[in-house]
Design a protein around this ligand. Structure first.
Ligand code: NDP
Length: 455
C-alpha cells in the first residue's frame, strides 16, 4: 500500500498508478464471526466496540468486471459501525452469507471476518474490464448503495431493489481500511476543495438527509416548511439542518447540551430546543407514554416558530416517535429512517388518523440522490460535518465515542493519509467558500468556534 500512497502524494499519472502491483493483503478494521457472542448478557450501552473491532491484514479480494479498487485515504465512523461492532440488532455475518449465495463474485463476501465501514475517500487504483466511467488516478468519494444492475427491480428507484445492500454493513470489504473493492456505480467525484478526511465523512449521512427532506422520494420539502430535527448536530441531523436552511425552510433543532445549542445557532438555526435542559419525559415508565409531555414539546415548538412542524425528521425511534407523531401539524409528515433508541415503536394512532398525518420511511439514497448531495458539497452549498479525526488503529475508540453520543457531526478516520489536512486540490475554491465555514464543526470540537460565527 505504501507504493500507492507514494504515487498519490507524488501526483503520479493514472497510468503509473495502474501499473503498480495490487498488494495481496491490506490493513482493515474487522469484526470476527467467532466473536459475535462476546457481549451476551451485557446491556447495549455497555457493549464496547474496542473489544470487538480488530485492525489487521486481510487478503485482497479479486476484482469483478464492474468493480474498482480504491486506495482509501480516509473514511468515517457511521452509526452502522456501532451496530456492527456491538452485533446489534443482528450480527452482520447473516447478511454476508446470504449475499455469498448470489453468484461466484458474491461468494467472496462470505468470510469469517467482516471488513466494515460505509464511507470512503481515495484514489481509484484499478478498474474491472466492464468499467467505463472511471479510471486509475481518479480522486473519488464512495456512496454506500450497493445494487445489482441486472436486477429489474433496481431500475426505478434503486433503493427499492430487492437485493439493495449497504456497502460495508451488508457487504464485505468496507471503507474502514486502506483498500476497498466497490462497484463502479458507487463512485462520485471528490469535492476538490476539501481534505481527504473532510471528503470522506459526508456520503452516507448527507445523502440520507437529502433523500429524507429534499428528494421527491422523501418529504419534498418546500420553502417555508417548518422541520423539527432530532439530534440536530448529529450525523444526519446536521446535514438536515443545512438542507432545510438551503431550501428556505425553518429548522427547529433539538439537541442535548448548551454547547450543541450554540453550535446549531452558529449554523444559522435560530429555533433551538435543548431536550436535556427541558427535561422531557415522554415515557413515564418502560410501558407508558405521557401525552402531557408530548404537549409540552409541542408548546415549546409553537413558542419558537408559532406553528406546528410540517415535517418531523425522525430517527431516535422508540424514545421520540410518540412525541413526533403528536407534534406534527394536521396533515404533517413524519419522515423516519432509524430507531437508535429502539425499533418497537409506539404512538397514539388517533393523533395520526384524526389529523391526517403520514409516517413515511426512508433509507439511504439512490445514486442520483447521492450524486446530487455530493454536487452540493462540491459547490460549497453543504458543508462537511467533520468534528474530529482518528487514525484507523484507533477505530474502536472512535466508534465508542459515537456509541456514547460524545461527538458532534461526523468522526473522520485516517486510512492511508498519514496526517490531517491533505488532499485539497482547489485551494482557491476553499478560500472562496471560507475556511471558517468549512471547518465550523472542527473548530467547535477544538473549543475554538467563535460564538455566533459559522456557516
Ligand atoms: P449520531 O450519533 O451522529 O447522531 C444522533 C443524534 O440523535 C445524537 O447526537 C443525539 O443528539 C440524538 N439522539 C440519540 N438518542 C436520542 C434519544 N433517545 N432521544 C432524542 N435524541 C436522541 O447518529 P447519526 O445521525 O449518524 O444516525 C442517527 C440514526 O440514524 C442511527 O440510528 C443510524 O443508524 C441511523 N441512520 C440511518 C440511515 C439510513 O439510511 N436508514 C443512514 C444514517 C443513519 P442529542 O443528544 O444532541 O439530542
Amino acid at each position: 500500500m505504501q507504493a500507492y500512497l507514494d504515487a498519490i502524494q507524488d501526483g503520479a499519472s493514472g497510468a503509473d498508478i495502474a501499473a503498480l502491483p495490487v498488494p495481496t493483503s491490506y490493513r482493515a478494521a474487522t469484526v470476527h464471526k467467532d466473536e459475535v457472542g462476546m457481549f451476551e448478557g451485557v446491556a447495549s450501552s455497555e457493549k464496547d466496540p474496542r473489544k470487538s473491532l480488530h485492525v489487521e491484514e486481510v487478503a485482497t479480494p479479486e476484482l469483478a468486471p464492474d468493480e474498482v479498487y480504491v486506495a482509501l485515504m480516509a473514511s468515517s465512523i457511521n452509526f452502522n459501525t456501532v451496530w456492527t461492532s456491538i452485533f446489534e440488532p443482528l450480527p452482520t455475518f447473516g447478511f454476508l452469507s446470504r449475499l455469498g449465495r448470489e453468484s461466484t463474485y458474491a461468494a467472496r463476501h462470505d468470510l469469517p471476518y467482516h471488513v466494515i465501514g460505509s464511507d470512503g475517500a481515495g484514489v481509484v487504483v484499478g478498474v474491472g474490464a466492464a468499467v467505463r466511467s472511471w479510471k486509475p488516478g481518479d480522486r473519488v468519494v464512495i456512496h454506500c448503495n450497493s445494487v445489482d444492475d441486472q436486477d429489474p427491480t433496481a431500475h426505478d428507484d434503486s433503493m427499492l431493489a430487492a437485493n439493495q445492500r449497504i456497502w460495508g454493513f451488508e457487504t464485505n470489504f468496507g471503507g474502514l481500511a486502506d483498500l476497498t473493492v466497490v462497484k463502479a456505480n458507487q463512485l462520485m467525484p471528490k469535492p476538490a476543495h476539501l481534505t481527504w478526511e473532510e471528503s470522506a465523512v459526508n456520503a452516507l449521512c448527507s445523502s440520507t438527509s437529502y433523500r429524507m427532506l429534499v428528494s421527491r422520494n422523501g418529504a419534498g420539502m418546500k420553502q417555508g416548511d417548518v422541520v423539527l430535527i432530532w439530534g440536530a448536530t448529529g450525523g444526519i441531523g446536521g446535514y438536515a439542518v443545512q438542507y432545510v436552511l438551503n431550501g428556505g425552510g425553518i429548522p427547529v433543532g433539538v439537541v442535548s447540551s448548551p454547547e450543541r445549542a450554540q453550535l446549531l445557532r452558529d449554523m444559522g438555526c435560530e429555533a433551538v430546543i435543548d431536550r436535556a435542559a427541558n427535561g422531557y419525559r415522554f415515557w413515564k415508565d418502560e410501558h407508558t407514554q405521557d401525552e402531557a409531555e408530548w404537549r409540552r414539546l409541542g408548546k415549546d415548538i409553537r413558542g419558537l416558530v408559532g406553528v406546528d412542524p410540517d415535517i418531523v425528521f425522525e430517527h431516535p425511534g422508540r424514545s421520540t416517535m410518540g412525541a413526533s407523531v403528536f407534534v406534527a401539524k394536521r396533515g404533517g409528515l413524519i419522515m423516519t429512517c432509524a430507531a437508535t433508541s429502539g425499533y418497537m415503536i409506539e404512538y397514539d394512532n388517533r393523533h395520526l388518523w384524526m389529523k391526517l398525518k403520514t409516517i413515511k420511511a426512508s433509507h439511504f439514497a439512490n445514486y442520483s440522490e447521492a450524486w446530487a448531495a455530493n454536487q452540493l458539497l462540491s459547490q460549497g452549498r453543504i458543508q462537511p460535518l467533520l468534528s474530529e479525526t482518528h487514525p484507523l488503529d484507533d477505530v474502536g475508540e472512535a466508534a465508542l465515542a459515537v456509541h456514547q453520543n460524545r461527538t458532534e457531526g461526523k468522526v473522520g478516520v485516517l486510512c492511508l493519509a498519514p496526517e490531517k489536512g491533505l488532499g485539497i486540490d482547489d485551494p482557491a475554491r476553499r478560500e472562496e467558500i471560507g475556511e471558517d465555514t468549512i471547518t465550523l464543526y472542527q473548530r467547535h470540537a477544538a473549543g475554538g468556534a467563535s460564538p455566533g460565527g459559522g456557516a
